[in-house]
Design a binder for this molecule. Structure first.
Ligand SMILES: Cc1ncc(COP(=O)(O)O)c(C=O)c1O
Length: 395
């Protein structure tokens, strides 16, 4: 057997890839470096060791291909949410202040806080951006994992922040010890995404509770729980419990994932009233979410059957995909979300083109030069098509 075959087998099994993070030291990325630039191989530069392969077609799909690239919920929105949009569209001539106040009350009750702990935003992207602008308007540094979800990091760096990037551990968890050590007197915010995107991995929640509890007495901690509702209800505590105890933690939630409302744009943040108020002083609060989206969110929250269906079907299709990939010799990262990341042995742009030619839209990343596929979980029949395409393209 030749050396190259040995290496290919290792890569397919993920052995080299899984140890990829561990060889990367923590690093600091200054504010003068650009982002959204392409490297010499035409890849988007997210961090010194995280790159994304792109195809124009892959980012804005218009063709009838499988949309397995943006972690959308294939079952949503809830029929009740659709009905609420229809019913409330005629109210579109009024500013939706009353609806927003009511929505805050509903969300406050759900989270066990008072309404002044809630900020309503169009998706969680908005609160990620607002927090970045607010906390880094005078510079300072942001501590986070790498790879992680990039929105807050990009905007923080645009606002003038230095980014202290702490590689995930070998088991794809946040390295909480290293994040604590990296936090210094210039740190303005710590960002944690749990479960994490793009890895789908979960940092043990009890460890995270201890970390957030401790660190929030020094610096605010922002926890992005976009995929939280894909965990079994009651199985994992949210960081919201620390907010109830008065800690300076901000939790971001979205209706784009379990509620299947990515195009309707609705999200919210839970935090200390004082922190949310100071952020509000820098932005135009309210007005961001339409009456139709708020009413749809309200209807969707009450539709527990829809949420259970989305969670259960996601788990079935995810288990099928993980098992199929493993039986084909791949080593996917254990996923707690609506997507799966796994190492592949093909150049990313070629991989995307071949998958697109078969009508399957996915993402491709390079982590420390190891190529990965990130696939969103669609319906079962879509995942069967995905597995067939992977078999054709990669074997
Ligand atoms: C971890 C994470 N946070 C936030 C978002 C933003 O989602 P939205 O703005 O649609 O709420 C996403 C979207 O994929 C995400 O993966």
């Amino acid at each position: 057997m030749s050396t190259s075959i040995n290496r290919r087998q290792l890569l397919r099994s993920g052995f080299l890839a899984v140890s990829a993070c561990s060889v990367i030291p923590a690093y600091s990325w200054g504010r003068n470096l650009k982002h959204f630039d392409l490297d010499s191989k035409g890849r988007l530069i997210h961090s010194p060791f995280l790159r994304e392969y792109t195809l124009p077609l892959n980012r804005h799909l218009k063709d009838p291909v499988l949309r397995l690239h943006s972690n959308e919920n294939p079952y949503g929105p809830s029929p009740n949410a659709v009905e609420a949009v229809r019913e409330n569209a005629p109210m579109g001539n009024w500013y939706a202040w009353d609806a927003e106040d009511e929505m805050k009350e509903i969300l406050a009750e759900k989270e066990g806080v008072s309404p002044d702990h809630i900020m309503i935003t169009p998706g969680s992207t908005q609160i990620l951006q607002d927090a970045a602008i607010f906390f880094f308007r005078n510079g300072g540094n942001l501590v986070s994992a790498d790879p992680t979800f990039m929105t807050i990091i990009r905007v923080a760096r645009t606002a003038g922040a230095e980014w202290k990037a702490i590689p995930l551990t070998d088991s794809w968890s946040h390295d909480l010890k290293a994040m604590e050590s990296a936090t210094d007197s210039n740190t303005r915010l710590i960002y944690v995404c749990n479960p994490n995107n793009p890895t789908g991995s979960l940092t043990p929640v009890e460890d995270l509770l201890t970390f957030c509890d401790k660190m929030s007495s020094r610096v605010p901690v922002f926890v992005d729980e976009a995929y939280y509702e894909f965990l079994e209800p009651g199985s994992q505590p949210s960081m919201v419990r620390l907010i109830r105890q008065g800690k300076d933690v901000i939790v971001a939630r979205t209706f784009s994932k379990i509620h299947g409302m990515a195009g309707l744009r609705m999200g919210y943040a839970i935090g200390q009233p004082k922190t949310l108020d100071t952020i509000r002083n820098y932005i135009i609060q309210g007005m961001g979410v339409s009456i139709t989206s708020m009413m749809a969110a309200r209807a969707s929250l009450m539709d527990k059957d829809f949420q259970n269906l989305a969670r259960t079907k996601n788990k079935e299709a995810r288990d099928y995909t993980l098992t199929s990939l493993r039986s084909m010799g791949y080593s996917p990262v254990e996923s707690h979300t609506s997507f799966i990341l796994f190492p592949i042995q093909m150049e990313g742009q070629t991989f995307l083109s071949k998958m697109n030619a078969l009508g399957v839209g996915v993402r491709s990343l390079a982590i420390n030069e190891q190529t990965y596929c990130r696939v969103s979980i669609g319906k079962m029949e879509e995942m069967e098509q995905f597995i067939t395409a992977i078999d054709k393209v990669l074997s």
